[in-house]
Design a protein around this ligand. Structure first.
Ligand SMILES: NC(=O)c1ccc[n+]([C@@H]2O[C@H](COP(=O)([O-])OP(=O)(O)OC[C@H]3O[C@@H](n4cnc5c(N)ncnc54)[C@H](O)[C@@H]3O)[C@@H](O)[C@H]2O)c1
Length: 288
């Protein structure tokens, strides 16, 4: 893996994250296969990238020629084995379900060439567990991008106990090529971002529960006092209270720390369907 090439990037899953990853990889000169098991979704993702680039051209952020080049470099597909056989890097961004990811990495380990870096964009699952049935587990690594991918600088590179140092080096080189700023994190529940971010969110909820201050004032405290671009409760509304509850339950189970026990207010709001921005109501009213 020393002469690592990033010529062909295979992105698995053409949803929110897959689209962004494909766009950024194509913008930095790779040929990208954007693969989904649903053909209509793969095509729709290509159209979605075209619209997003159109807006970027209108704002003067991307030139018209550049837009055409990026779009031409992204090929929607449903043929996994065909695309895998000459992929240099795979970035898996299918739903957060361990059985789907495990099966995909088992297959990729058999079909990809011996140099392919096998990355997963999982936001919480164990990399070792994803790599469990993969015959090339030393090349499986977490490449955790953030939403929206073209705008967010961070990539969390998560190395499992089975990940080879050469794979970590390749992942860092890949992240830098994409113009991202990588951090290295050992495969542990919640990695660095979710573990800290969720903790702050849960504590803010407990403070609302105890009537320490209003949600708006707790958010203001972190924005004005600590220069956070967004308060922990605003962020919870954006991410979705159900998503945060699932992560908190996972971290509480895996880390065994009471600090991750989901507060009653979170459980109650999720049960009432107050999921944040997507449902119109959370800690804030977002209209319907
Ligand atoms: N959405 C976020 O803000 C965010 C941020 C960081 C990481 N993540 C992680 O990224 C991953 C993807 O999240 P998303 O929000 O883009 O999901 P999404 O639901 O928007 O997209 C997933 C896509 O995968 C496709 N898919 C399902 N099974 C497949 C298979 N076997 N082969 C190929 N394609 C398949 C689906 O048709 C869908 O288009 C998850 O692991 C998630 O935890 C999400």
């Amino acid at each position: 893996m020393t002469n690592f090439s990033f010529d062909h990037v295979l992105v698995l899953g053409a949803g929110t994250m897959g689209r962004g990853i494909a766009q950024v990889a194509a913008a930095t000169g790779s040929h990208v296969t954007l693969l989904d098991n649903d053909e209509a979704r793969a095509k729709a993702a290509h159209d979605g990238i075209a619209s997003s680039l159109e807006r970027a051209v209108a704002r003067g952020k991307v030139g018209a020629d550049e837009r055409t080049r990026i779009l031409a470099a992204i090929r929607p597909s449903t043929d996994l084995d065909g695309a895998a056989k000459d992929a240099d890097v795979v970035v898996e961004a299918v739903p957060e379900k361990i059985e789907i990811k495990r099966a995909l990495f088992a297959r990729l380990g058999k079909t990809c060439p011996s140099h392919t870096l096998l990355g997963s964009n999982t936001s919480s699952l164990s990399i070792a567990s994803i790599a469990q049935d993969c015959p090339a587990a030393e090349r499986v690594i977490g490449l955790h991008f953030f939403n929206p991918v073209p705008a967010m600088a961070l990539i969390e590179i998560v190395h499992g106990r089975q990940t080879a140092q050469a794979s970590v080096d390749a992942a860092v080189a890949f992240a830098l090529r994409l113009g991202k700023d990588p951090i290295l994190v050992r495969d542990s529940p919640g990695f660095a971002t979710s573990r800290l971010g969720v903790l702050l969110g849960l504590e803010a909820m407990r403070m609302v529960e105890e009537e320490v201050a209003s949600a708006a004032d707790i958010d203001k405290a972190m924005k004005l006092g600590y220069r956070h671009p967004m308060g922990p409760l605003e962020l919870t509304d954006l991410v979705g209270l159900d998503v945060r509850l699932a992560i908190a339950e996972h971290l509480h189970r895996e880390l065994g720390s009471e600090t991750f026990r989901p507060p009653e207010i979170l459980r109650r709001m999720v049960a009432e369907g107050r999921l944040g921005k997507k449902s119109g109501k959370g800690f804030y009213d977002h209209g319907t």
